[in-house]
Design a binder for this molecule. Structure first.
Ligand SMILES: Cc1ncc(COP(=O)(O)O)c(C=O)c1O
Length: 434
């Protein structure tokens, strides 16, 4: 199927899958197998040397997972994708694949708490330093923070939890000026609202646990390779070093750049990180993500519509101090959102409650429809207090820099009736401030 010429909604239900190759099954089958018959020794040699495609062992590839990979790559306009067992694995594998062996990651303070904490606690133990820009809205702030051994810039397209919108094109141009790649966590936007590769990003990562899966029933991650970055520019010798593992059919050792010229980045993740660090996505979980993906556009459209209704209500609620979402009145991200997110800025945002800690706790404890939990992008609406939960790993000082104040509440808007959600928030305000 020539997927490039097909529309988003066609790809999301059909991409990467031809029923003829799967006993004419309409729904993508779950290939619940650990390993595969090799056929004969010659066939194994052809698959091993990449002269024929095929599966050897589910830790490095599985036909159900493969459909998901092809589908997401097509939705994002990427060259190839690889699915992994979680969004965290997608982030970690991507950044280690670039900066392993030393170097620096340049990023912002405005990131998911787990990402902040593993940058702080774990990456330095792998010889990788992390620098943060002072002002994520100022491209010169990024420029100032680039050092000789900066290997990559990493950002969230819509940040967690305050929904700040990154100027991806400007940041990608800057990264390329210094010959380094840009990795974008596009979890909040999903491929439906934004394709970062179109604006120059080189690698896109997702927590598919969130809106891509969309039903709060699976943990999954995806990495998409744009296919345009030159990994052989001398800064990343891991892509040009010869490997015994990558021998061609004649037995000549090759590098990842030689063995997989179209997609060296995800191929290296597959053959090294997935194969040896092993955070593999199971075929059943890939099936759940594929099922969720089939309704991605419809869900996001409804979530965006509900979000805008709820923001209109919160703007009038006297106990609300502020709202952080591009569609909120006075948001400084309106212009960037108009450029990057014309279909809407997603269904996750934060707001501040004017009240004591006890009143904020009572508000959370009083909602009946919103589920109190640390997830986003679910079909159900969710509520959480980021300073204690999703960003609880950050010290008070780090929270201050990241603009996560004690009164911050994050909502992830689901598919319920918008009026019911508003009524739920109203009665929770009444309970907290009676
Ligand atoms: C923006 C963002 N990226 C990545 C992750 C990590 O994803 P996962 O929970 O699938 O490991 C999260 C999780 O909450 C997130 O909010």
């Amino acid at each position: 199927m020539a997927e490039v010429s097909l529309g988003f909604d066609t790809i999301k239900v059909r991409g990467g899958y031809d029923p003829k190759d799967h006993n004419y099954a309409v729904s993508v089958p779950i290939y619940q197998t650990a390993s595969y018959e090799l056929g004969d020794t010659e066939r194994f040699e052809r698959i091993r040397s990449f002269s024929e495609s095929g599966f050897l062992y589910t830790r490095i590839g599985n036909p159900t997972v493969d459909v998901l990979e092809q589908r997401i790559a097509a939705l994002d306009g990427g060259r190839a994708a690889i699915a992994v067992a979680s969004g965290m694995a997608a982030i970690t594998y991507s950044l280690l694949n670039i900066a392993e062996g030393g170097g620096r990651i340049l990023t912002t303070h405005q990131l998911y708490g787990g990402t902040v904490d593993h940058f702080k606690e774990l990456f330095p133990k792998f010889g990788i330093a992390v620098d943060k820009v002072e002002n994520p809205d100022d491209i010169e702030s990024f420029r100032k923070a680039i050092k000789e051994d900066t290997k990559v810039i990493y950002i969230e397209s819509i940040s967690n939890p305050n929904a700040i919108v990154a100027d991806i094109e400007a940041i990608a141009n800057l990264a390329h000026e210094y010959d380094i790649p840009l990795v974008v966590d596009n979890t909040f936007a999903t491929p439906y609202l934004l394709n970062p590769l179109k604006y120059g990003a080189d690698i896109v990562v997702y927590s598919a646990t969130k809106a891509i899966g969309g039903h709060g029933n699976v943990i999954a991650g995806v990495i998409v390779e744009g296919g345009t970055y030159n990994w052989s520019n001398g800064k990343y010798p891991q892509f040009t070093a010869k490997h015994y593992l990558l021998r061609d059919a004649e037995g000549n050792e090759r590098s990842f750049a030689e063995a997989a010229p179209g997609a060296p980045f995800v191929t290296r993740i597959r053959m090294n990180y997935l194969a040896y660090f092993g955070a593999v996505l199971s075929p059943f979980d890939a099936y759940l993500v594929l099922l969720g993906l089939e309704t991605l556009s419809e869900r996001i459209q409804k979530q965006v519509a509900n979000t805008e209704k709820i923001i209109r209500y919160l703007e009038k609620e006297e106990k609300v101090l502020w709202i952080k979402h591009p569609s909120a009145e006075g948001s400084p991200y309106k212009e960037l959102a108009a450029k990057y997110l014309p279909k809407g800025a997603g269904g996750v945002f934060s707001f501040g409650i004017k009240g004591s800690e006890t009143q904020i706790d009572t508000f959370i404890n009083s909602v009946k429809l919103f589920s109190y939990q640390a997830n986003v992008g679910d079909a159900r609406s969710l509520i959480v207090n980021p300073p204690k939960i999703t960003h609880g790993e950050l010290s008070p000082d780090e929270q201050k820099v990241a603009d996560i104040t004690s009164e911050t509440i994050r909502l992830s808007i689901g598919l319920e009736d918008g009026e019911d959600l508003i009524a739920d928030l109203k009665q929770a305000f009444n309970a907290a401030f009676k």
